[in-house]
Ligand binder design. Structure first.
Ligand code: ADP
Ligand code: MG
Length: 476
């Protein structure tokens, strides 16, 4: 079972930071996985992650560690997500796009372009998969609205779920791209559209989340099998705003909405990591709903926590690092979307049919943990089409079972809550309609009464005038 890969990146000190706050930094480097940070009580705390990138790290280092496995998986039909998190100015967009998506030297090229290059290189050199297509969508989430960055007329896209596609953004423009330069052209159009929003919406980009979505479909010539993988790259809004809502004098409601996605993201991570979650609030925000598969374990996920190194930003960097630590506790079991890959990479214990087998094997394993048993277990799993990773310990497998069970419970609880919500909505709607009906009936009755009155008034008037006419009275 794999966890979310969590890395921290400290960018170099900026000129401004040096000028106003000097060269003092907020951490002490230990090695490529750990550093020391002073917490709020000025105590030294050691933080460890899958990898820590310091100011001298190259973009290629980040890409190789974080993204290469995800791109390889996407080509095999497993969805992947890479998220950059951190306060505004901490290096999220730099890590994603480099200094500029189109014009930057190779060394500084960001994750997005590298993902694109690798994707096309792998697809073009793949012999078994003769047909493939890559589609790109780009959306932005701002004030809880999903805006299509490739078609600005679509400014409130809805998120839907289907059995075949999982969770998707309904109606988002999907541009077919044939090669890297096509992709870059399309990406730069989306980024330019984001910039348009920025001037109109007053620095919206630091408050909006930007999602680059690549969908890869591959078909084999030898049979009809098609496999599809999706890579979602997410450049999140500045995380410092979570605590500082309203500080800019904005209307409270608006400020709440600006940060809703980010604070719900925190809640989702908390729910997923605190023991046995029975309700994960994915539906509380657009962002978490879109990332449900990534966070909930149906896809590979990597998080890059971007931090300013300056001592002046220590509180924000500490909160970013803490978010990373919590996310590290999420356990995921990526699922393949393709039947072909299913047979090789099926996660252990993902369906009820395998539970009996699992229990039999586990019981046996518990009795005697000998080498032959592990071999036997492996053989059985292979026979059943389930891969067995010898690195799994009994504890791992046990916790997988627990996770699977609690995830099942969580899904059921969520379904019940959704049903309750629907019932409530329908009851409200019913009441509203009943009210409208009553009003309409009253209005109809009043109209009928008025019509009667007019008629009653009209008849005597006609009668009187016809009586008077013979005497020369003509009322006007
Ligand atoms: P964010 O997207 O988190 O708000 P940016 O990526 O825009 O922050 O980075 C803020 C500034 O710092 C930009 O000028 C960017 O070029 C610079 N920067 C960020 N990370 C690095 C890095 N690793 N190396 C050099 N410059 C960086
Ligand atoms: Mg940015």
């Amino acid at each position: 079972m794999s966890n979310v890969t969590v890395c921290v990146r400290f960018r170099p000190l900026s000129h401004k930071e040096r000028k106003t706050n000097g060269d003092k930094v907020c951490f002490k480097r230990l090695d490529s996985e750990s550093f020391v940070f002073k917490d709020e009580r000025e105590e030294d705390v050691i933080f460890s992650f899958d990898r820590v990138f310091y100011e001298d790290a190259e973009q290629s280092d980040v890409y190789n560690f974080l993204a290469v496995p995800i791109v390889a998986d996407a080509i095999s039909g497993i969805n992947g997500t890479i998220i950059t998190y951190g306060q505004t100015g901490a290096g999220k967009t730099y890590s994603m796009e480099g200094p500029s998506i189109l014009h930057c030297n190779k060394q500084k090229t960001g994750l997005v372009q590298r993902v694109v290059d690798e994707l096309f290189q792998s697809l073009q050199s793949s012999e078994s998969m003769a047909m493939w297509s890559v589609k790109l969508s780009m959306v932005e989430i701002y004030l809880e609205k999903v805006r299509d960055l490739l078609d600005l007329s679509k400014d409130n896209l809805q998120i839907k779920e289907s059995k075949t596609q999982g969770i998707y953004i309904s109606g988002a423009t999907e541009v077919s791209i044939q090669n890297s330069s096509d992709a870059l052209e399309c990406l730069s159009e989306g980024i330019a559209n984001r910039a348009v929003g920025e001037t109109q919406m007053n620095l919206a980009s630091s408050r909006s989340h930007c999602l680059y979505i690549f969908s890869v479909q591959q078909g084999s010539t030898s049979d009809e099998r098609v496999r599809g993988g999706k890579i979602i790259l997410v450049d999140l809004a500045g995380s410092e705003k979570v605590e500082k809502t309203g500080a800019e004098g904005r209307v409270l409601d608006e400020a709440k909405t600006i940060n809703k996605s980010l604070s719900v993201l925190g809640n989702v991570v908390n729910a997923l990591t605190t023991g046995k979650p029975n309700h994960v609030p994915y539906r509380d925000s657009k962002l978490t709903r879109i990332l449900q598969d990534a966070l909930g374990g149906n896809s590979r996920a990597a998080l890059l926590c971007c931090c300013s190194p300056s001592a002046s930003n220590a509180p924000e960097s500490l909160s970013t690092v803490r978010f990373g630590t919590r996310t590290k506790l999420i356990k995921t079991t990526p699922k393949s979307t393709s039947p072909e890959v299913d047979s090789i990479k099926k996660p252990i214990l993902d369906s009820h049919g395998q539970n009996d087998l699992r229990d039999r094997i586990l019981n046996k394993l518990r009795l005697s943990l000998k080498e032959e048993d592990v071999d036997l277990l492996e053989e059985l799993f292979v026979q059943e089409g389930i891969i067995f990773d010898p690195n799994y310990s009994v504890a791992d497998i046990d916790s997988t079972c627990q996770d699977a069970a609690s995830q099942e419970v969580s899904l059921l609880t969520q379904a019940v809550e959704e049903l309750k919500e629907t019932v409530e909505e329908l009851t409200d709607e019913n009441e509203r309609l009943r009210g409208e009906l009553e009003l309409a009936q009253e209005a109809a009755a009043a109209a009928a009464a008025r019509a009667d009155g007019v008629l009653l008034g009209f008849v005597p008037a006609v009668a009187i005038s016809s009586l008077l006419r013979p005497f020369g009275f003509v009322p006007d």
